[in-house]
Design a protein around this ligand. Structure first.
Ligand SMILES: Cc1cc2nc3c(=O)[nH]c(=O)nc-3n(C[C@H](O)[C@H](O)[C@H](O)COP(=O)(O)OP(=O)(O)OC[C@H]3O[C@@H](n4cnc5c(N)ncnc54)[C@H](O)[C@@H]3O)c2cc1C
Length: 410
């Protein structure tokens, strides 16, 4: 039998990492929140690297103490050019100490992060978390009702669409998208290796895209572990899907130039076709889109969930401001402010990732020259390197209020 119909302030549809984080942040601001979606923890060797700005947000929400034990710190990021370009391209190292931090961020396995956030949501008295599947949206005079396949109805002032790239909320609201694909598949896996990573993330830039290792916490049977995101062609993905685990591990070990010695798979491998998506509007009537319902791009420079946490931070600020001014929290004014606050940041990440990705895929000489010049300038000019680093981990211009509190990794 379906659970009873309820009325809340805000309904969050989608209970992935973005939806659960949004529900927790909105509940922290005192709203009665319903969070609905399938509680699935995407495994397949996937992790999220969260940078300093995101850690500040998680601290401001008092979530970080509940996550720090599953997070491996990242103190440096090394970029190694492996494109065999005809012009020299400098290898680069970005270190936390260069910008006065103890760490640049932390890496967390998705299969640990999502259940941990779900547990926190279940314990939060302001959140009603259930597994439901949204079917339709019906507007009232000054609210909106979500109808679920179970027959249940939840009414709210505002619906937050965090229901992923194929968002039902977005479709029901008639918000259009532009989609494109890349000739790449992301191969993901957790790896156990022979040598320590020393908290370093290493990114090899190849002609099929980056091949990135990010530190993970040790396990009893695996003292040295990293996660892998390797962008490869669809044909290579097809071939590698059929490989035995030991053969796949041997290919990965070779690709990363045996930097951490011999490797073995410590999880299933995942294969994710790469695509991009942008939405025509970030909001609809009583609807705010965020996370992968609002933007999608390849996992270069680990921007996805970091960007989504900035969406959440901005949305909380806009809704809080409306409440403080006695306005309707799902009305046009806060939604207009939310869209205006988020559009430039989302636009720059989608474009930046697209340019970076395509610049590796082409062997067109002027593009290689530009990469060579860029890497040389960043390597030689300290302030430029620090600015590039800050833009990646703590973007100043697009930093919402809840991302500002200075904090450090414990
Ligand atoms: C290979 C790879 C590596 C990545 N690495 C990083 C990284 O290092 N750092 C980083 O910041 N980001 C990274 N990302 C991005 C990051 O994984 C995502 O941003 C993150 O998983 C959050 O996604 P989401 O919650 O927006 O969407 P999803 O995880 O897709 O969640 C959407 C949820 O909505 C639910 N849902 C869908 N439709 C309905 C419906 N009709 N009714 C109810 N519920 C519904 C789904 O069941 C799901 O639970 C990476 C992505 C990939 C593919």
């Amino acid at each position: 039998m379906a659970e009873p119909d309820i009325t809340v302030d805000i309904l969050v549809v989608g209970s992935g990492a973005a939806g659960l984080s949004a529900a927790l942040a909105l509940a922290n601001s005192g709203y009665k929140v319903a969070a609905v979606g399938a509680l699935e923890a995407a495994g397949n060797g996937r992790t999220v690297a969260l940078f300093e700005g995101s850690l500040r947000f998680l601290r401001s929400q008092k979530l970080w103490p509940h996550l720090s034990d599953i997070a491996a710190k990242i103190v440096a990021i090394e970029l190694i050019d492996a494109t065999n370009a005809p012009v020299p391209i400098q290898n680069l190292t970005f270190a936390a100490e260069e910008i006065g931090l103890q760490a640049l961020g932390a890496n967390i396995e998705n299969s640990k992060l999502v259940p941990r956030l779900a547990d926190l949501a279940l314990q939060n008295p302001n959140i009603h978390l259930t597994e439901e599947w949204l079917d339709d949206i019906v507007y009232g005079e000054d609210d909106v009702s979500a109808h679920f396949t179970s027959g249940r109805r939840i009414t709210a002032k505002l619906i937050v669409a965090a229901d992923g790239q194929r968002s039902t909320v977005r479709q029901k609201a008639g918000i259009g998208t532009r989609r494109w694909t890349y000739p790449q598949v992301a191969l993901t896996a957790l790896l156990a290796h022979e040598l320590p990573h020393h908290d370093r993330s290493i990114e090899f830039h190849t002609r099929s895209g980056p091949c990135t290792l990010v530190p993970l916490l040790p396990k009893a049977d695996a003292p040295h572990r990293s996660s892998l995101v390797w962008l490869i062609s669809a044909a290579e993905a097809q071939r590698r899907k059929a490989l035995a685990a030991a053969d796949l591990a041997a290919e990965i070990t070779g690709e990363v130039e045996e930097i951490f010695g011999a490797m073995r798979l410590d999880s299933e491998a995942g294969f994710f076709p790469m695509a991009g998506m942008r939405v025509a509007h970030l909001t609809g009537r009583r609807i705010a889109l965020l996370g992968e319902a609002a933007h999608a791009f390849p996992p270069l420079a680990a921007q996805g969930l970091n960007l989504s946490l900035r969406d959440i931070s901005a949305l909380v600020s806009c809704v809080d401001a409306a409440r403080a001014a006695g306005q309707d929290i799902g009305g046009a004014a806060p939604l207009r402010r939310y869209a205006a606050a988020r559009e430039p940041d989302i636009d720059i990440r989608i474009r930046g990732v697209d340019v970076l990705n395509r610049s590796m895929l082409t062997d067109f000489l002027p593009v290689d020259l530009a990469r060579g010049l860029g890497s040389f300038a960043i390597s030689a000019i300290g302030p430029l390197r620090r600015a590039a680093l800050l833009e990646g981990i703590l973007p100043e211009r697009s930093r919402p209020r809840l991302h500002r509190a200075p904090t450090h990794l414990s």
